[in-house]
Design a protein around this ligand. Sequence first.
Ligand code: XIL
Length: 299
Amino acid sequence: GTTLGASAAERGRYFGAAVAANKLSDSAYTTILNREFNSVTPENEMKIDATEPQQGQFTFTNADRIVSHARSRGMSVRGHTLAWHSQQPGWMQNMSGSALRQAMLNHVTQVATHFRGQVVAWDVVNEAFADGGSGARRDSNLQRTGNDWIEAAFRAARAADPGAKLCYNDYNTDDWTHAKTQAVYNLVRDFKQRGVPIDCVGLQSHFNSGSPYPGNYRTTLSSFAALGVDVQITELDIQNAPADTYRNVVNDCLAVARCTGITVWGIRDSDSWRAEQNPLLFTSSGAKKPAYDAVLAAL
Ligand code: XIL
């Protein structure tokens, strides 16, 4: 293939990008998006603060815009994210206990129902584990509603959209020896053993000098896959975008049958949440970088 999406499709995978609704009117941006990618993740538009800014009042305009842009062009959509400690609207930040648990489950149900049949995979729960060596859950208002909040969210998502793949998504879960990676692995193993609905694990894979690409990344991918879930690289960006590292990531995914796709977290460096690190595949003026050539050649 001559594009990322077409080449990935030849390998039975997708190649996606995080997309911002307010950039869909930028023709330089949409030219690259429409040419290169066959999957889209809304960068912020499906988050809790965006979709339920006031409790019980749902707004889907910007998310719908991205979904319709993608689906009308044959791209698939990853939903991101239904339950998360961050980017909560003010009303939710101030909630706790059973009222928060109920509000979270209602949010999951309403949003997954709105997009039923349009989203191939949902990041149901995002970033629920703590950093560092503890392997513990992250403290958050959601965690304080009870340790079963994650499985409750997955069951609600399954009920609302039975056709969507349901993923657990996190960062710093790339190094197989890391306590956080092992903690997520244990969660997924437990869910599979007890029949809690889970279909996939998302590795955000934001690589930088503090959390570099690990040599055992392929082991991490294959170990999750061996639990009977798909694995997806959901938010890839790499500080300074070294071509070698991008190539290694692609090769590692292709080596694991259940690594079903890769999403980069933005299109041009100027679109990145870490723009100063130039971590993406296209320059700010839209030119292909050496990392792009390496990824395309590896696919
Ligand atoms: C980031 C977006 O890229 C930014 O625009 C926003 O200001 C903050 O969130 N992990 C995630 C993503 O799961 O949702 C985050 O996206 C990046 C880290």
